[in-house]
Design a protein. Structure first.
Length: 345
């Protein structure tokens, strides 16, 4: 599209006005100094000047601004494309408003991208940190064995077991990362079936009974229903959710403490609640509890083999079912997680 400088437009307007003035002056000179002729000539000059300038503004200014304005209107502002029609007479005022709104939306987008970049850097840092510990452990054990420890029966078996433990930890981290990636991308398809959620919880309690007993923590359903509660969900994934929440309750529980599971009916849905009276979570950390690699008690988690990805996986699984999960906690008093599932008769 051809563009014109402000100097060119100024000369063009001046030439048009000069020609109009010259033409009217010639008419006035031809007809003499008649008041009526002068009045009509002045009115004619005004009309001609008005339409000439209006034509120039529309052709060389408005028509150049309109494509820019339409482009701005087509951009999403606050997540929605603008639908209203704008009067062309107030186009310049609207352009100013739209440009300001567009600039604000771009600033918000820049801030969002900065947050995503920070999240990416934190994530990469966390992954390398989590993998670095078992890798260094394996390296140390292998070097000790190669430097003569392999021949010492007191060392070789012990160090090989420790190496195996570090390898298992690396495998767990990689598998958890793979699960999260598949859940986020939608690659992992849920196998929706009908099953009894109460029975599933009882299965998890049975599996974790030994660990809970060792920690002197009781795990029980406090309001066991008289009849089965059937839900429609991926049983394997929901089993993973319940296991993770119960294991966390045991892991962060206090001696002689408890992990209580309860069910609450919501007509079409059922709420499953897992509550403990453990160490709790500080209020400032609650919003981060579902972040990857976030740990309430870092040393305690690593001692017991946690990857720091469990709650992130739990959240992704529940959201993949189009359901919600929430948490409330008081420091040193305990934590309660609850999530919903769709009931099926």
């Amino acid at each position: 599209m051809r563009t014109y400088s402000s100097k060119f437009l100024a000369i063009l307007v001046a030439v048009i006005l000069t020609l109009l003035a010259f033409g009217i002056a010639m008419l006035a000179h031809y007809f003499g100094e008649n008041i009526l002729v002068i009045t009509i000539s002045t009115a004619a000059f005004f009309v001609a000047a008005y339409f000439s300038i209006l034509y120039i503004i529309k052709k060389y200014i408005i028509d150049r601004i309109r494509p820019l304005y339409n482009t701005i209107r087509d951009l999403p502002l606050s997540g929605k494309k603008m639908e209203e029609k704008i009067d062309s007479n107030s186009l310049l005022l609207n352009v100013k408003y739209e440009v300001e709104e567009w600039a604000k939306s771009q600033l918000k987008e820049i801030e969002r991208l900065k947050e995503l970049e920070k999240y990416r850097k934190d994530f990469v840092g966390n992954v390398s940190h989590e993998l670095k510990t078992p890798i260094f452990n394996i390296q140390g054990y292998v070097l000790t064995l190669l430097e003569g420890g392999l021949e010492d029966p007191k060392i070789n078996k012990l160090y090989l077991k420790r190496t195996e433990k570090s390898i298992d930890r690396m495998v767990s981290i990689v598998e958890d990362l793979e699960s999260i990636t598949k859940l986020e991308s939608g690659e992992l398809q849920l196998n929706m079936t009908r099953f009894d959620i109460v029975k599933t919880v009882e299965e998890v309690i049975e599996m974790e009974h030994w660990q809970a007993s060792e920690s002197q923590i009781s795990v029980q359903i406090i309001n066991k229903p008289d009849r089965p509660i059937f839900v429609r969900a991926d049983k394997k994934r929901i089993l993973e959710v319940i296991t993770n929440l119960i294991v966390n309750g045991v892991k962060y529980g206090k001696e002689n403490g408890y992990v209580n599971i309860s069910f609450h009916d919501l007509e079409d849905n059922i709420i499953v609640e897992v509550a403990d009276n453990g160490i709790g979570i500080d209020k400032k950390d609650l919003r981060r509890i579902f972040e990857r690699f976030f740990r309430v008690d870092k040393s305690r988690s690593r001692e017991q083999g946690g990857t720091g990805l469990g709650l992130s996986i739990v959240k992704h699984i529940i959201e993949a079912h189009n359901q919600s999960i929430n948490v409330r906690s008081v420091l040193d008093q305990g934590t309660t997680f609850n999530f919903t599932l769709e009931k099926q008769k």
